[in-house]
Write a protein that binds this ligand. Structure first.
Ligand code: NDP
Ligand code: 2IT
Length: 444
């Protein structure tokens, strides 16, 4: 494979898709050496077949707002690759959603899901609809309209959607209700459902908890732990909240959180009581982080991200490309020792280079945030068996999976000096699994 040539061709075929090209570029650079040891891969043009999604569905979603005005949004589902199992991945509802972003997410999901040890292919979908500022009934009508188009293309053994930015328990409930009404079956075709109707214990916690479990394994390779460590977290949604929850349990001190309007800096640390307030503020009242700053009398910086604050560990948990090269340099200069990604692709390629050159422990999201989709996979298993496991049982399986992903990164990413390149390790391990499955199933 001539990596640069493949990237150039993909850039020409898919102009205006920078996030997609960014995600593909990172993976191709990592896998080039192993790919070139397998001439049979090249003969089967495996690389283009792996980079280009199997199928892209796009549709118009029409719904009526509370004022009686008829609104339209775009809806999408990218079914990227199902070599190792049914398509699986979240739905994102955010004004910024476009094909480039969903294609990058579906591509990443394919590799992430391969790392989980569970049989799941990769997909992503969503809409440029923004739940922000919408009433409950508007969100419900939108979700119902979205599902009237999507339902024919999903199913428990074909494609299983879940949440992502702007899609949490409320939205999954509305989406699943409409799916069930149209499909006339009850096999659990979305994950992240409520506990009363087939959801799994620990699914809400899974991404944040999983990221902290992964981080602990990375720290252990340097005989370090989380006690007393100062942590900067970004975002204030599902992933950020349960990251803070687990960090508090581990004795770390979380000093920042953010939303798309700005960040808070709380030098005393976010304790259990403050976290309860944040969960109520965000999940119930859909409030803003400046309200936290007012309530607790701490610093609020509008229009900025938290990376200029001094910390030992950074856990970006908001969105893609939220850590620039300049932010990375600041983190390194401030003595940061580890970056473990909760979000998908939050660090720019230049930022990753800076982390790796400085010798930080750096975990790419496809490894460190895989706990969410892993417990989604466990939810699928429970639905198929018509059973519900205890929280302890699910948490134990999640811990085992995160340990396994860390071990895979070490197996495929150990450098000559004994340290681990988690980017190479995750990409190569996932690639080899998907590649072998594709080769075994013929040219499709
Ligand atoms: P939520 O919608 O619950 O929260 C997202 C948070 O990030 C909010 O605080 C939001 O602020 C902020 N945010 C979103 N977009 C932007 C933006 N463009 N600029 C600045 N801040 C932004 O989503 P999740 O917590 O579920 O997802 C967070 C990240 O984690 C995403 O990258 C997602 O892909 C990834 N992820 C999620 C998993 C899951 O299970 N939910 C699993 C694995 C990864 P505001 O409220 O102001 O919009
Ligand atoms: O990015 C992700 O892994 C998710 N948003 C979760 C996907 C899932 O199917 O649970």
């Amino acid at each position: 494979m001539k990596t640069e040539q493949v990237i150039e061709q993909l850039s020409m075929r898919f102009p205006n898709e920078p996030e997609y090209i960014q995600a593909v570029t990172e993976v191709l650079h990592s896998i080039e050496p192993v790919y070139n040891q397998h001439p049979e891969f090249e003969a089967a043009n495996l690389i283009e077949r792996l980079c280009i999604p199997d199928r892209i569905l796009s549709f118009r979603v029409t719904w009526t707002d509370d004022k009686g005005q008829v609104q339209t949004n775009m809806g999408y589902r990218i079914q990227h690759n199902n070599a190792i199992g049914p398509y699986k991945g979240g739905l994102r509802f955010h004004a910024s959603v476009n094909l480039s972003i969903l294609k990058f997410l579906a591509f990443e999901q394919t590799f992430k899901n391969a790392l989980t040890t569970l049989p799941m292919g990769g997909a992503k979908g969503g809409s440029d609809f923004s739940p922000r500022g919408k009433s409950n009934t508007e969100v419900m009508r939108f979700c119902q309209a979205f599902m009237t188009e999507l339902w024919r293309n999903i199913g428990p053994d074909t494609d299983v959607p879940a949440g992502d930015i702007g899609v949490g328990g409320r939205e999954v409930g509305f989406l699943y209700g409409m799916y069930k009404k149209l499909a006339r079956e009850n096999t659990g075709t979305l994950t992240g459902k409520g506990l009363e109707f087939g959801g799994s214990l620990i699914r809400p916690e899974a991404t944040g908890y999983g990221n902290v479990y992964f981080l602990k394994h990375m720290l252990a390779t340097r005989s370090l732990d989380l006690k007393g460590k100062v942590v900067a977290v970004s975002g204030a949604g599902n992933v950020a909240q349960y990251t803070v929850d687990k960090l508090i349990q581990e004795g770390a001190k979380v000093v920042t959180l953010s939303d798309s309007d700005g960040y808070i800096y709380d030098p005393d640390g976010i304790d259990r009581e403050k976290l309860d307030y944040i969960m109520e503020l965000k999940n119930l009242y859909r409030g803003r982080m400046w309200e936290y700053a007012e309530k607790y009398g701490v610093k609020y910086v509008a229009g900025a991200r938290p990376w200029s604050e001094k910390c030992d560990i950074a856990m970006p948990s908001a969105t893609q490309n939220e850590i620039t090269a300049e932010d990375a340099q600041t983190l390194v200069s401030n003595g940061c020792i580890a970056v473990s990604e909760g979000a998908n692709m939050p660090s720019t390629p230049d930022a990753i280079k800076i982390f790796q050159t400085a010798g930080l422990l750096y975990a790419p999201g496809k490894a460190s945030n895989a706990g969410g989709v892993s417990v989604s996979g466990l939810e699928m298993s429970q639905n198929a068996m018509k059973r519900a496991w205890s929280a302890e049982e699910v948490d134990q399986q999640l811990q085992r999976i995160m340990a396994d992903i860390h071990a895979q990164c070490q197996k495929y990413g150990t450098r000559p000096d004994g340290t681990t390149d988690y980017v190479a390790g995750a990409n190569i391990s996932a690639f080899m699994k998907v590649a072998r499955a594709m080769m075994a199933q013929g040219i499709l």
